[in-house]
Design a protein around this ligand. Structure first.
Ligand SMILES: [Zn+2]
Length: 367
């Protein structure tokens, strides 16, 4: 056999040994061993030894192992984490869960949800919920070792009365699994929430809610207060949810920062509430032209006026809901009990935000 092939075989034979904890081969010894081995070892000997070797996943170089683990699905990572302590440490690390989190949940999970999750962690509620969930979940493979994980993670250090939450509870994996198993009710906004309650006039609006995931149906259940009544809505598809667009709570006036920038045909959302004591929802509209403008771009000076026309084209022309005006320089909440109250406004710059609204556009024009 050519010497080149022999070297390759010997190298393949020795490397696992070098990595094995019980065999110590120093760098100084390695060249001598290689040289002697090439002369002495026959190909049949090498093949016999190779057959006896048991190379485990953990014998792989870190980078190779990492590449493999990165290919695993969330349930695959959970299964792999049940193999041994070493793989558990690797498979539960944020590094491998960050992409899964973004790929599946970024569409509906925003800062408000992460803040709530953190609060749950801090109040020690989430781990108990999560633990009870695991045994019923599609990730039950994980549950077999999750119980064993707790001794590592949940030794609350009770010294001066403060409690230290370990990193596993605070991991991206924990959050992912809480979402996946439907135990984490997260803050979200629901498009056309009120339309589903029979209020057809609420087309192209988006209201706050808390939602949880139903993994069997691959959709969501939402809980919210509608007209003062606690309401549960089921079978909500993914595209009807979005993370809250701003940090402003539903009962607080959003401070507008785009008024100076508004010009005809811009896409906007504006807060609106029927009565002062109700929470706001967000409504989709466009910036229109003033009555005095013929709408031709060449002559249009609407962007210089202190008055901004907002149009809601889901309503027929002449409807009380079709148009409203706001003051460009000093916009605060405007309105009355008859027309409702228009609050803060935000301009939509992102194409995907505009497309999300257009998805709900209907040919049915409302009165
Ligand atoms: Zn104009």
């Amino acid at each position: 056999m050519p010497i080149k092939n022999e070297s390759v075989k010997v190298y393949r034979f020795l490397v696992p040994f070098c990595k094995h904890r019980s065999v110590f081969v120093t760098l100084f010894q390695l060249p001598r061993i290689l040289s002697a081995s090439i002369k002495r070892i026959t190909s049949s000997r090498v093949e016999n030894l190779e057959e006896k070797l048991e190379i485990t996943l953990l014998d792989l170089p870190d980078l190779a192992l990492e590449c493999i683990l990165e290919k695993l699905s969330p349930s695959g990572l959970c299964s792999m984490a049940g193999v041994c302590k070493n793989l558990r440490e690797k498979c539960t690390s944020d590094h491998f869960w960050k992409n899964h989190m973004n790929q599946k949940w970024k569409r509906v999970i925003g800062d408000a949800a992460y803040t709530k999750w953190q609060c749950q962690i801090d109040s020690r509620k989430a781990p108990n919920d999560l633990h009870s969930t695991m045994h019923k979940s599609p990730f039950r493979v994980f549950s077999c070792f999750f119980g064993n994980l707790f001794p590592y993670r949940s030794k609350m250090e009770e010294g001066d009365g403060t409690l230290t939450i370990s990193k596993q509870e605070n991991s991206i994996m924990s959050c992912y699994l809480a979402l996946e198993t439907g135990k984490f009710w997260f803050p979200v906004q629901v498009y056309n929430r009120e339309v589903q309650n029979g209020h057809i006039g609420f087309m192209l609006s988006c209201y706050d809610a808390h939602a949880c995931y139903d993994s069997k149906a691959d959709n969501f259940v939402a809980s919210y207060s509608a007209q003062g009544r606690r309401t549960i809505e089921e079978n909500i598809e993914w595209n009807r949810l979005r993370p809250p667009a701003v940090d402003t709570p539903e009962n607080v006036l959003h401070i507008s920062d785009c008024s100076e920038d508004l010009k005809p045909d811009d896409h906007i959302e504006i807060q609106w509430r029927k009565k002062k004591e109700f929470p706001y929802g967000w409504w989709y509209g466009v910036v229109g032209h003033l009555e005095s403008c013929n709408g031709h771009e060449v002559n249009c000076l609407c962007h210089m006026s202190d008055t901004v026309i907002l149009e809601f084209k889901q309503y027929i022309p002449g409807s009380q809901w079709r148009r409203t005006t706001i003051n460009r320089k000093n916009h605060r909440e405007v309105g009355n009990d008859g027309d409702g109250y228009y609050g803060g406004i935000r301009k939509l710059y992102k194409k995907e935000e505009i497309e999300a609204w257009k998805h709900f556009w209907t040919n049915c024009i409302l009165e």
